[in-house]
Design a protein around this ligand. Structure first.
Ligand SMILES: [Zn+2]
Length: 338
C-alpha cells in the first residue's frame, strides 16, 4: 500500500502513515492501540480520556493539571507540549496551536512531507477575558468541530453578554436574592469569576471542585478572586455575593438563590425554563465559517456537532469540499503497514 497518510474517526481522530499512527482526543481507553501516539487537545470530559491510558501521551501541562484535579488521578507517561513548538515523529511534524477554548487548550497542525492537516479540537474564534481567539493557520486539510455549525447559532458580542450577566446579578442582589451560575467547572466557571472580578467588587463563592481548577488557572497566571464554599447553607451568612457552582447542582440548600446557565445552547431555547446567557467556549456559526475560509483548506472534515448539515452548507453554499469525517474500519495496524 502506498498511501501518504489516511485520516478518519476510530473513537478518536486518527491520522496514520506507513510509520506512525497518531490518535487525537480518543474517547475511551479501548480505542487506543499499543503503537499509538496519543494527543489531547483540552481537559473537557469528551476529549480527555487519553490521559487515563498507559501509552505515551502529549498535551499542554495546563490540560494535564486540570485533568488531575478533576479526576484526582496522576497522569503517567506524559509529554508536555508548548504552543508553536514542533515535535517530530519520523516524517510527521506536529505543532500545537492556540485553540482559545479554555486554559491549556490547543489545536494540532500535522505536517507530512507533502501536505498539512489541522485538527482543531474545540475552538473559540473570539477573545474572552481569559483566552485569546484561536489561531487560524493555513492548511491543506482541516478537521474541524461544528458544535454550533447551524445558522441559528449566532452569538451576540461577548462584551454585551458580560454586561447582561452583571445587570441581571445586580438587580437580584438589590432584591436580597443571590445569583447562582450553574456552569462547567473548567473554563466557563473561571470566565464568570473573571467577569465579576473585573467589573464589580462582589464576593464570589465557588463550589470546591471549581476552586481546585481555579488553582491551576492562578498557577498559570490567571488570577481569580474567589472563596470556596464548603457548605452551601453557609451562604445565608453572606449579604452580597455571587455563587458559581456545577451544572449538576440543581437543588440548592438555601431559598433566596436564583439560577442561571451560560451556554450557546440558550439560543435555541434548550434552557427555556431557566435564565440563560449565550456565553460559549465554542465558535458560533459565523466564526466557524470565517475560521475555515482563513485556513484556505482544500478539504474540510467535520467531526462533531451538526456534521452533516454543516458539511452540506459548506459544499453547496460556499463551494468548499467538505464532508463528515469518515469512519475508519477497525483493522490491524500491521496490515496497513504493508
Ligand atoms: Zn471542550
Amino acid at each position: 500500500m502506498n498511501l501518504e497518510f489516511e485520516i478518519g474517526w476510530q473513537n478518536g481522530i486518527v491520522i496514520r502513515n506507513n510509520k506512525n499512527r497518531l490518535i487525537f482526543d480518543p474517547v475511551s481507553k479501548s480505542s487506543i492501540l499499543k503503537e499509538d501516539i496519543v494527543f489531547i487537545t483540552h481537559s473537557h470530559a469528551d476529549h480527555m480520556s487519553g490521559f487515563a491510558t498507559s501509552e505515551a501521551k502529549y498535551s499542554t501541562e495546563e490540560s494535564k493539571n486540570i485533568y488531575e484535579k478533576i479526576r484526582e488521578k496522576t497522569v503517567t507517561n506524559f509529554n508536555p507540549v508548548k504552543i508553536n513548538q514542533t515535535l517530530n515523529f519520523d516524517d510527521l511534524q506536529v505543532t500545537p496551536l492556540n485553540a482559545g477554548h479554555m486554559l491549556g487548550s490547543v489545536q494540532y497542525k500535522i505536517e507530512t512531507p507533502n501536505s498539512s492537516i489541522l485538527y482543531t479540537g474545540d475552538i473559540n474564534y473570539v477573545d474572552t477575558l481569559i483566552t485569546e481567539k484561536a489561531d487560524a493557520v493555513e492548511c491543506d486539510t482541516l478537521i474541524i468541530e461544528a458544535t454550533f455549525g447551524n445558522p441559528t447559532f449566532i452569538f451576540p458580542k461577548r462584551e454585551n453578554v458580560y454586561v447582561e450577566i452583571i445587570k441581571w446579578s445586580l438587580e437580584l442582589l438589590k432584591n436580597d436574592k443571590i445569583p447562582i451560575f450553574h456552569v462547567y467547572s473548567a473554563g466557563k466557571a473561571q470566565e464568570i469569576i473573571k467577569i465579576f472580578n473585573e467589573f464589580t467588587n462582589l464576593k464570589i463563592l465557588t463550589h470546591p471542585r471549581i476552586s481546585k481548577i481555579c488553582k491551576v488557572y492562578s498557577e498559570s497566571g490567571v488570577n481569580l478572586e474567589h472563596s470556596e464554599l464548603n457548605y452551601e447553607y453557609e451562604i445565608i451568612k453572606e449579604r452580597s455575593c455571587v455563587y458559581v457552582t456545577l451544572p449538576s447542582k440543581r437543588k440548592l440548600n438555601f431559598d433566596n438563590g436564583v439560577k442561571a446557565v451560560t451556554t450557546g445552547w440558550v439560543i435555541n431555547d434548550t434552557y427555556r425554563y431557566i435564565t440563560g446567557f449565550p456565553l460559549s467556549g465554542h465558535a458560533d456559526f459565523k466564526q466557524l465559517i470565517s475560521f475555515i475560509e482563513r485556513t484556505g483548506a482544500k478539504k474540510v472534515f467535520i467531526y462533531t456537532g451538526f456534521k452533516k448539515a454543516f458539511s452540506n452548507y459548506l459544499s453547496k453554499k460556499l463551494g468548499i469540499n467538505a464532508e463528515p469525517i469518515p469512519i475508519l474500519p477497525l483493522r490491524n495496524l500491521k496490515e496497513f503497514l504493508f
